[in-house]
Design a protein. Structure first.
Length: 551
């Protein structure tokens, strides 16, 4: 392929990836000053969490580690990493504050993810065929996937699945030497600064590639790489503030988040059309929040069928150099299935793991996601088998048809996700309307929600009020919160309320009857106010004694 055709093909693949994003979100979210689409509601709590984390982080002074974000979570030991706010971008854009102000970067991030998904899909399909039509349509099929689009319309850092394609590209190649090791170190460091689930998927692919090279050729570079790559990942995690967490939980009371085995990969998940498909039925599933998002689309399923037919027509074994990669992908599949094995939502726990193993695995409780690398690898393998059996030109026409079929099949899912952002306001929509809040924002320096729990009652409304007033708060939703610190904070604030020695400049939102009782017993009615605003019970120390109240 000439250089001109290669550039044209890569550009078309990038456009295919971008088209998926624009079809779902339109142009509005690309404006960094358009924040309302993140906060309007249908996208769920994760975009709000990101926006809050970034709003506090960009205004905070630099600390060590650089990702520390103390005003969003206060004593809870929080970091930008645990706001799921794409720490890589947050760190870069914070460094540029004063030069460029970016209220939200999620929209541009999603467009970049679509483009990179297309470009890296083009590169990967190029390992199987040089036919331009096959490469462009294959890239489009890798971008038009529910497992990607579902995360774009919710847990947006996980739209960075192009990182998994990049890891597959390195693992499937024949790279050797220092430059190959440096590519892995750079890729994994970047991945670690985007999301913990993605690094958990990419690290086994690197380990498999390292084993391939150790198997086929030995050298000091491999020894250095075995130490250097984990150090690069650890350095990236430290930079983002990951190690500020010492113990954790990530669900508030009654969330029912569960642990390892709760969010399992159903054995029929690839064929479960769910809310995505207009052509295939919604199959029974395990019922967790991720269920249905592993659907490959009718185009993806028929691609796998075509790959199987091509394999039967011209049998071929897996090259020995790819055995470690296959083992890593199967290990990720086993982790995704979990001991709680289901077929069409029916099944049970086949075997028990030790409590310690369950606790460690529970750090990645949403196990179904771990099948993503295998999903992409299966589709790429099918393209390679079809191209080998019938040639690149026929593969190109087949993939064009499958891409068109995929688009038709996924219309219900695409339209539903488009409805999440269609008509959303550009500005930050209000959540609290009582005039009390505007006056309180000028009278207090920080906001506490009592008792302090992750994703507690009213967390979003309270945190948005605090953020817009520039006030630190412990009303948060974080991916992980230090459980020991949270317990210590609850005990500390309970004692403050019991004694009446309120913290200067602090507004208390009382979430439960016990906190309200403590405040009622300790406050001075002539000086302090306990009132209700927008349904929230509030302790406002010094409210009646403030200068405005005496006029």
């Amino acid at each position: 392929m000439t250089a001109g055709k290669a550039w044209l093909g890569a550009s078309l693949a990038a456009l295919a990836g971008a088209a998926v994003v624009l079809a779902v979100f339109g142009l509005g979210p690309l404006n960094p000053h358009n924040q309302g689409w993140l906060l309007a509601g249908p996208l769920g709590p994760d975009p709000v969490q990101l926006w809050l984390g970034w709003s506090y982080f960009r205004a905070a002074p630099w600390l060590l580690p650089p990702g520390a974000n103390p005003d969003y979570g206060m004593e809870l030991g929080t970091a930008i990493y645990f706001a799921d706010a794409i720490p890589l971008l947050a760190l870069v854009l914070k460094a540029l504050r004063g030069v460029v102000e970016v209220p939200q970067y999620v929209g541009p991030w999603l467009l970049a993810c679509g483009i990179l998904q297309g470009v890296l899909g083009w590169r990967l399909v190029g390992l199987a065929t040089r036919n331009m039509l096959a490469r462009v349509c294959g890239a489009g099929l890798l971008a038009l996937q529910p497992m990607l689009i579902n995360r774009m319309a919710g847990h947006t850092p996980l739209a960075g699945q192009w990182l998994l394609l990049a890891a597959l590209l390195l693992a499937l190649g024949r790279g050797q030497g220092a430059w190959h090791a440096l590519r892995w170190a750079a890729l994994l460091a970047v991945t670690a600064l985007i999301h913990s689930y993605l690094i958990a998927m990419a690290m086994p692919l690197w380990a498999a590639d390292w084993l391939r090279r150790a198997w086929l050729a030995r050298g000091r570079v491999l020894v250095a790489e075995a130490a250097g790559v984990p150090l690069a990942v650890a350095g990236a995690l430290w930079t983002g503030g990951f190690f500020l967490l010492r113990g954790g939980y990530d669900s508030g009371p009654g969330s029912g988040a569960g642990g390892y085995g709760t969010w399992n990969f159903d054995l029929l998940a690839y064929a479960d059309g769910g809310l995505w498909s207009g052509l295939l039925p919604d199959l029974p599933d395990p019922g967790h929040w991720e269920a249905g998002s592993s659907y490959l689309g009718l185009g993806g399923l028929l691609l796998l069928a075509a790959g199987l037919a091509a394999l039967l027509r011209r049998p071929v074994g897996l090259p020995r150099r790819l055995w470690p990669l296959a083992a890593a992908l199967l290990a990720l599949l086993a982790f995704a299935i979990t001991p709680h094995v289901t077929v069409g939502g029916t099944g049970g726990v086949l075997f028990a793991l030790p409590d310690r193993a369950m606790a460690v695995a529970g750090m990645l409780r949403n196990a179904e996601r771990m099948v993503w690398p295998l999903s992409y690898a299966l589709m790429l393998g099918a393209i390679a088998l079809v191209a080998r059996a019938w040639g690149g030109r026929r593969t190109g026409w087949l993939l064009l048809g499958l891409l068109a079929l995929q688009w038709v099949d996924l219309q219900p899912g695409l339209e539903r996700r488009h409805s999440f952002v269609a008509g959303a306001p550009a500005g930050v929509p209000p959540r609290l309307f009582d005039p009390f809040w505007a006056e309180a924002a000028g009278a207090y320096a920080q906001v506490r929600a009592v008792p302090a729990v992750n994703m507690g009652e009213g967390w979003e409304s309270i945190a948005r009020f605090a953020a817009q007033g520039g006030m630190p708060t412990d009303s948060v939703y974080m991916a992980r919160v230090d459980e020991g610190r949270a317990a210590a904070l609850r005990a500390k604030v309970a004692e403050i309320l019991r004694s009446g020695a309120y913290e200067p400049g602090t507004l208390y939102i009382l979430r439960d009857a016990e906190s309200l009782a403590l405040a009622e017993a300790s406050h001075d009615p002539a000086r302090d106010a306990i009132l209700t605003a927008d349904g929230y019970r509030v302790l406002a120390p010094g409210w009646r004694a403030r200068p405005l109240a005496r006029r």
